[in-house]
Each structure stands twice: as structure tokens, then as C-alpha cells.
Ligand binder design. Sequence first.
Ligand SMILES: *Cc1c(COP(=O)(O)O)cnc(C)c1O
Length: 330
Amino acid sequence: MSHHGVSLEAIHQARRRIAGQVVRTPLVRSAALSARFEAEILLKLETCQPTGAFKLRGATNMIAALIERHGSEALAAGVVTASTGNHGRAVAYAAAQQGVPAVICLSRLVPPDKVAAIEALGAEARRVGASQDEAFEEVERLVSERGMTLIPPFDDPLVAAGQGTIGLELMEDCPDLDRVIVGLSGGGLLGGIGVAVKAIRPECRVTGVSLSRGAAMWESLQAGYPVAVEEVESLGDSLGGGIGRDNRCTLALVREVMDDHVQVSERAIARAMVAILEHEKRLVEGAAAVGLAAIEEHGLAVRGRKVALILSGNAVSLEILDRARVLAGR
Ligand SMILES: *Cc1c(COP(=O)(O)O)cnc(C)c1O
């Protein structure tokens, strides 16, 4: 069965394509969290990806699938996107690995260390305009005038299928998983995992976690159509941003595969980041700590259950870590 272009078969294909280019990450049991919640709490370590986040799966799958379908000439002009964060690094890395030129468009306000990080991965970091919107106008120009190919951060069946390979790995490593708790922004991650998990084990709950402010997917699900929200600063900045006015895949996909949906406060995110660092000795960004934040803040029923949390990325600076410590009261 296909869900808006994403099927179990498409996810299996993605897995074959990305094998060898993307890390098959471990699922480790947390002794401390399992004891605390009287449950089996399992951590999926996407922080082990070479770019520090799962977005490499989707970007690698889309580039590889386009080459497979249309030949490498089709991507000779290169791939392009506008993202300062995990997606930008993923596209830069995936393109370099597959021998495809890449341009990452960034606003002039993006700090030099982020620009350098993109360039170090072998992509061109093009600085244009004073906002993310202007950077995106440059992306559109490169697509229409130079024939470059846009690799979107979430709203594409190939991208979501790539992220869905996490779901296959979860089902292999824990076939009787009861619940997976997933950070939710554009919905490629939750949508992909949800298709895989529901196809293999329908009784496994899929829980989405959004920010409590500036959560475009939350608002859009309530409204039934894509809603634009004002962006607010958050410890979980990788979960910020809109879902696209013309969202064609992930809004419907998320609605179909998600069982429940909660929002978490900044304080809960801060406490979860600090707890994961302190007890697990793992450094994660706010977006990767929302699963634990959700269990704590909402008292999700996990007792006696096998529950996977997706530690989705590790893009965190010392400044952000300091903010988290202060907010957590530690
Ligand atoms: C992008 C991202 C997410 C959310 O993924 P979506 O597909 O946009 O829902 C979660 N965590 C991290 C670290 C991310 O970079």
C-alpha cells in the first residue's frame, strides 16, 4: 500500500540504495531511563551519522534514486537546497559522496562557522540575501535558470522513504516494539518511520512530538491544510520552520500514520537534554531530546512497555548547552 508515494517497498528500496553510504545506527537500551520509567527505553542513535543527524538518509536516497532513474547526466548541473542546519550538511555530504555538485544557499546572516561546515563537506555555500526566504529565492532561480535539482528537507516521497529506513531498523532490532516517539517538524521523519512500522507491526504506537510554540505541523493538522506560523527561538530549533504552503506529501502522511501527538515546553526539552548528557553520556540537540521530554511532561504510559526514542541529531553548541543547563536548573 502506498501512502502519498511512500510504501514499505519504497523504504526497502531506499535501504538498498543508501547501504554503505549511511550508517545503520545502533538501538541501545538505556539502563537509567528503563529503571526510572519501569520500562524498556531504547535509544536509536542517529547521532552516529557522519553528519550527526538522520537527514543524511533522505538526501542520500533522493540523489541515488534520481541517478538510478535518469542517469548521472540528469544531475550534472548539481543539486541545491537552502538550509543552515542538518539538512544542508546532509545534502552537501550525500552529493559529494555520489559525485554530484551541490550548492547550499544561505542568508548573509548565517554565522561563518556554519558556512565553513558546509564548505568543508565539499559543497558551495552561496550567501545571498538577508533572510531564509531570500536564500530560497536563489534556490528557485538556480533550479529554473541553471537546471539544478532541489533536494527538499522533508516534503518528498523519496526523502520520507529514506528517513523511513529507521523504521525498518527498529523493527529488526526490536520486533515487539510497543511504541516509537518521534520529533515532528516537516514530517519526513515521522511519516517515513510510521509507514515502515505500521506495515510491519500495526499495533506499535507512533507518537509525534512538536514544540509548544511555532509548531506548523501541529497547527496544520488542526486546520486540515498547511498553516504558516511565526518562527520562534527554541532549544529544539531543528523542529522549527514551516511545512510548506504547497505541502503535497507529509501533512497527509503524518495524519495517516501518527497515533498521538503532544507538544513539549522549552523547560522539558532543557531537562531532557541535560538528563541524556548526564545519564547516557550522549550529547544531543533539543530536537533529539523531545521524546524523553514528552514522557516526562505528559506522563506517557510507558510502564512495562518497549519504547524507542529517536536521538535524531547532535547539532548543539556550547552556548545552547549553557542555555539548556540554566533552564533545567542545573
Ligand atoms: C529535521 C529534524 C527533525 C524533524 O524531522 P522532520 O522530517 O522535519 O519532521 C528532528 N530532529 C532533527 C535533529 C532534525 O534535524
